[in-house]
Design a protein around this ligand. Structure first.
Ligand code: HEM
Ligand code: HEM
Length: 547
């Protein structure tokens, strides 16, 4: 009998040649977010590009601050687009760091992925650059201060005045902001091009196998092994779309909730800071965006003789040396061992990079622009380096003793958490979002307490969910058919709630402070659709594959 339900899918498959796409096939155990962090970064990038193009329709470099206020207050859903554009950039930077450090510790920079890694490091630098310029485009006091610091740094290079003229023009608002906008788009275009190359190269070798299967470099599946795995269409596509929709959902929900919170720290507030020409501007500390705090703190360091470093010195220590280290890493660490404790020195350096990044950022936030004498630098920098060295060495010793027994070829089945848990998580998530929304609209102590309790419960639940999704579940004892039915029921419920939400969304005013609730609604809708797709993936592939 002809299966009519698959007619459309088969037609699409045939007309678009989906079976012949040159994408790597994926084994069952890889359907966990941990293996797809790059796809999450790419999702945030796509969101930033789409929302950025919408902003481009309204932006005016001749009057950046007032026009941004106009976008927020008068363009329909303007604040939703602007705030989520900002948070898409934040998400992209944060996820790129997570993606990078994950690849650092699993050894994905080793042969044959050296060039994928190199392109990745450049992508991170470009992403930070594009975000810094975007942040300045708003024209508020923070953005204008950031431009001033940028001018100082460029001015310290040989030929600095030429560079300054190229980046910032002749100093009139119109010329400076037209150039900043052009650089913003040029940097984004470079990210797009380099990402194409990065992705193409990553696909050539496939996502890196777990070290339980391939414990040493080069970690790639043979053509024969690969031929037994799942093709890209439709399973990878469905899984990727579910991740993408959930990322977009969060990018919309977080800033639009935060936009209504009073007393938020300046650096997380999606609203612009005061105008540089306003009286309030004088009381705003000269903060860079949060992702540059570490750099500004290092610029506060004094030399042992008490004199400040030249601006180029901070650039060298905070950016150039770590960047060159990361670029050279695949050629410095030539060993084949992929386990972090099999390459202790490099693991220690990785731990220190994260520690210093966090330490410097927090320090920069707490004491912006305060000069730091050499002795204070030693007090802050030395103890963690010693503790991390002892920790990595001690843990590495136990690892070498257990090494033989750990190398088991048996792999956990990647089936993910149960749909009941997934449903519970969605319900709790919606309750938490709803209660936070209510508490914002009508701030009372019990309302606020309920919101905090629900958000904490959600966070705790989400942690458990995450653990289960990466843990080993005992398949033999589970009634898989019942799970499929349940997953399908939950999907149907999610679709109904999503439709109700979609209707409700349009009743929210399109301008004014309330319009951010539209962003929360739309984000929740995308999150639910992403969750529904994830359940579809679970019911159709993960569970069925193991029946
Ligand atoms: C073609 C793609 C893009 C275009 C056309 C675009 C355009 C814009 C425009 C016009 C603004 C100024 C908005 C205003 O102040 O009214 C802006 C702000 C910004 N952009 Fe983009 N953008 C794009 C992609 C990106 C990407 C990929 C990133 C991140 C890597 C990014 C990061 C930022 C940031 C952080 C801001 C500041 C937003 C704020 O402070 O509220 N943009 N962008
Ligand atoms: C900023 C934008 C970036 C984007 C959009 C991006 C995107 C991707 C994508 C889609 C993949 C395919 C596998 C996956 O989904 O994880 C990937 C793999 C990879 N990326 Fe990135 N990436 C970025 C930054 C970085 C950075 C900063 C590094 C490290 C310095 C890096 C290193 C790698 C490596 C080594 C792989 C291969 C990993 C494997 O085979 O499992 N990427 N990237």
């Amino acid at each position: 009998m002809v299966d009519t339900s698959n007619r459309f899918s088969n037609w699409l498959r045939d007309r678009l040649g989906l079976d012949e796409l040159p994408f790597f096939r994926t084994p069952d155990y890889m359907y966990k977010a941990n293996y797809w962090l790059g796809a999450l970064v790419a999702s945030a990038f796509v969101y930033a590009v789409v929302s950025g193009l919408i902003l481009l329709l309204y932006y005016n470099p001749a009057d950046p601050y007032d026009q941004t206020q106009y976008i927020i207050n008068s363009v329909p859903y303007g604040s939703v687009v602007l705030f989520s554009h900002l948070y898409a950039a934040y998400a992209m930077i944060l996820l790129a760091y997570v993606h990078m450090f994950r690849n650092y510790f699993v050894g994905a920079y080793k042969a044959p992925r050296e060039l994928v890694w190199l392109a990745g490091v450049l992508l991170l630098v470009l992403t930070m650059g594009a975000s810094f310029v975007g942040y300045s485009l708003v024209g508020d006091v923070l953005g204008v201060d950031a431009v001033g610091v940028g001018e100082g740094i460029l001015g310290s290079f040989p030929g600095g005045s030429v560079l300054n003229a190229l980046f910032f023009g002749n100093g009139t608002t119109q010329d400076t902001f037209t150039r900043l906008l052009a650089w913003h788009i040029i940097l984004v275009a470079l990210i797009g091009l380099l990402f194409g190359l990065h992705f193409f190269m990553a696909e050539r070798y496939g996502i890196m196998p777990t070290r339980r299967v391939k414990p040493t470099a080069p970690a790639v599946y043979t053509k024969e092994e690969e031929s037994k795995f799942n093709p890209w269409w439709p399973r990878n596509f469905v899984y990727m779309m579910s991740l993408m929709l959930m990322t977009w959902g969060l990018i919309l929900i977080v800033p639009n909730v935060l936009a209504n919170v009073n007393g938020l720290p300046l650096l997380l507030n999606p609203h612009p800071a005061p105008s540089p020409s306003s009286p309030q501007a004088a009381s705003v500390p000269a903060y860079p965006p949060w992702f540059f705090l570490f750099f500004y703190k290092i610029a506060d360091f004094l030399m042992p003789n008490g004199a400040p470093y030249p601006p180029f010195g901070a650039l060298l220590v905070a950016v150039l040396i770590p960047m060159v280290y990361l670029l050279l890493l695949p050629f410095l660490d030539r060993g084949k061992e992929l386990h972090p404790f099999g390459r202790k020195f490099w693991t220690w350096v990785g731990v220190m990079l994260i520690t210093y990044l966090v330490e410097m950022s927090v320090w920069g936030y707490l004491a912006p622009g305060v000069p730091e004498p050499f002795t204070d630098q030693v007090k802050v920098l030395l103890p963690p380096a010693v503790i991390a060295a002892i920790g990595v060495y001690a843990m590495g010793r136990t690892w070498s003793r257990r090494k033989v027994s750990l190398e088991s070829p048996v792999l956990p089945k990647g089936t993910g958490p149960s749909p009941v848990t997934a449903f519970g998580l969605v319900v709790l998530g919606m309750l938490a979002v709803g209660t936070v929304g209510l508490a914002i609209n009508d701030p009372t102590v019990p309302g606020g307490a309920a919101a905090v309790a629900l958000v904490l419960a959600f966070a705790a639940f989400a942690r458990g969910f995450w653990r289960r999704s990466s843990g080993n579940t005992n398949q033999e004892t589970v009634n898989r058919k019942a799970r499929i039915t349940l997953a399908e029921t939950v999907m149907a419920v999610l679709f109904v709630v999503a439709v109700v939400l979609a209707f409700n969304m349009w009743t929210v005013p399109s301008t004014g402070p309330q319009s951010s609730l539209f962003g929360v609604d739309l984000g929740a809708l995308l999150l639910m659709l992403g969750e529904a797709l994830s359940l579809y993936h679970y019911a159709n592939y993960a569970v069925k594959a193991s029946i």
